[in-house]
Design a protein around this ligand. Structure first.
Ligand code: VGL
Ligand code: ZN
Length: 208
C-alpha cells in the first residue's frame, strides 16, 4: 500500500501518563513508539493529539470522590466513565512522549481541556456535538485519508476512528500500532469499527 502526499498519520495520545508506569497505563503502550516513529517517516502529514485536562476534570474519579475504572457519573451529555487523575495540563505526564520523534508533525490537537466535558475523540467532544476543529483543519487542507495509531484502542483511538469515518474521511487503523485498556471494550470497539466500514491494516502493509 503506497502512502500519498495527502495521507495523514494521526497519532493519538502517546503521552507518559498512558505508558507503563503512568496513572492510566496502557499495557505495552511503550512498544508502539518505535513503530510509530518509523511510520512517521513515510508520511508528509502528521497530526498528534494530546489529552489535556484541567484540575478537577469531570473524568477524574477523585473529582467526585468515586472509584476509577468501575464508577461513572451522569454528565449533561450522558454517562461519563471515571479515571485516575491523568494528563494534567502542563504536567510531564501530559507531554508528548519524549521517545516519540515526529519533528515534522504540523499540528497538535489538545482535547479534554474544559472541566465539564471530556473528549475521547480527536474530532468531537464527548457530547458528540462540539468540534475540536481537527475536521476543519483537514478539510481546508484537502487531506482526506487518515491512518490512525496510538492509545487507546477502546477509547481515544476508537472514538476518533468512528468520528473520522462518520465525518466522511477515509479511515484506516494501523492495528499493530495501537494498544488498548480493556480487552472486552476493545472487542466491542472493533465490532463498531467493522460496522462503520473502517479498514484495519498492519504496519507492514505500509513499511513493506
Ligand atoms: C483516554 C481514557 C481517558 C485515551 C484518555 O487516550 O484513550 N482514555 N482519557
Ligand atoms: Zn483523559
Amino acid at each position: 500500500m503506497t502512502v500519498n502526499p495527502t495521507d495523514v498519520l494521526l497519532v493519538i495520545d502517546v503521552q507518559p501518563d498512558f505508558l507503563p508506569g503512568g496513572p492510566l497505563a496502557v499495557a505495552e503502550g511503550d512498544q508502539i513508539i518505535p513503530l510509530i516513529n518509523r511510520l512517521g517517516q513515510r508520511f508528509q502529514e502528521v497530526v498528534l493529539t494530546q489529552d489535556w485536562h484541567p484540575p478537577m476534570h469531570i473524568s477524574f474519579a477523585s473529582t467526585h470522590g468515586k472509584q476509577p475504572f468501575s464508577d461513572t457519573v451522569e454528565a449533561a451529555y450522558g454517562t461519563q466513565s471515571l479515571w485516575p487523575d491523568h494528563t494534567l495540563q502542563d504536567s510531564p505526564g501530559a507531554a508528548v512522549a519524549p521517545a516519540l520523534h515526529l519533528p515534522h508533525a504540523g499540528l497538535i490537537v489538545r482535547k479534554g481541556f474544559r472541566r465539564d466535558v471530556d473528549s475521547y475523540s480527536a474530532f468531537l467532544e464527548n457530547d458528540h456535538r462540539t468540534p475540536t476543529g481537527l475536521g476543519g483543519y483537514l478539510r481546508e487542507r484537502n487531506l482526506n485519508r487518515l491512518f490512525l495509531c496510538g492509545l487507546a484502542w477502546d477509547y481515544c483511538v476508537g472514538f476518533s476512528a468512528l468520528d473520522a469515518s462518520s465525518l466522511g474521511f477515509e479511515t484506516v487503523v494501523i492495528e499493530d500500532a495501537v494498544r488498548g485498556i480493556d480487552p472486552k471494550a476493545m472487542e466491542a470497539m472493533t465490532t463498531r469499527w467493522q460496522d462503520a466500514g473502517i479498514r484495519h491494516i498492519h504496519s507492514g502493509d505500509l513499511l513493506g
